[in-house]
Ligand binder design. Structure first.
Ligand SMILES: [Zn+2]
Length: 223
């Protein structure tokens, strides 16, 4: 039984809202490649080809980090995808860290006040999960390709088991994302590619009404 990302999502258990604080603790783990822009060419090929594209069930091994729906579309290049998002952040003068921390902050307030309670006069948070199984971060350097997809990966740099929605009831905009995505934004500067779980940074910035940082230092666009 291979890991099917959609299957993981369907394993919904009607539990109380969960906190996603742990992702920040996980981000302290050094077992991570860091930003995708720090990847060597070999690493980039590895993560692009083996980890991030949709994977069919493999008869001999279940990839602990694989995803049936993928983190990138089959024809999509990791760096090209990330360059476009980086350009968006440069234009909006908002950092990856600001985005990830704000997502976590609003969700954690939502977990405390309860579902569909108004936060800061405009946001409402909904959650699904925790699911029975974790989705592990595909950028974990120690993950074992032969491991069961449902077995814990030692020292995973990030993991997710819940989905969240943040609705801005004033503007009518809303976003949906997994707790794993907040880790990938924070630690790897990755919003996912042209796949169903992608969260476009423009949608986040506009839904959360993030304003330009006056001290923003433009990200280098790697060629
Ligand atoms: Zn990670």
């Amino acid at each position: 039984m291979a890991l099917l990302r959609s299957t993981v999502r369907s394993r919904y258990a009607p539990n109380p809202p969960i906190s996603i604080n742990f992702y920040l603790e996980d981000s302290m783990n050094t077992n991570s490649v860091g930003s995708v822009f720090s990847l060597s060419l070999e690493q980039r090929n590895y993560y692009t080809e083996e980890r991030l594209h949709p994977k069919e069930p493999c008869p001999q091994s279940n990839w602990g980090c694989s995803s049936h729906t993928g983190f990138l579309a089959p024809d999509e290049d990791l760096l090209e995808c990330c360059k476009a998002d980086r350009q968006t952040l440069n234009e909006r003068k908002v950092t990856y860290e600001t985005i990830a921390k704000r997502l976590v902050e609003i969700c954690n307030i939502g977990a405390k006040v309860g579902p569909n309670q108004l936060i800061e006069g405009k946001f409402k948070v909904g959650s699904k999960g925790p699911y029975n199984n974790y989705q592990f971060c595909p950028f974990t350097t120690s993950s074992d390709e032969m491991a069961s997809p449902f077995a814990p990966i030692p020292n995973a740099c990030g993991r997710g088991r819940g989905d969240f929605t943040i609705a801005n009831v004033v503007s009518g905009r809303s976003i949906e994302f997994s707790d794993l995505l907040t880790h990938m934004i924070f630690d790897h500067h990755f919003f996912e590619g042209r796949v169903s779980h992608r969260l476009d940074p423009i949608n986040i910035i506009e839904t959360l009404e993030l304003i330009p940082d006056p001290n923003f230092i433009e990200y280098e666009i790697v060629s």
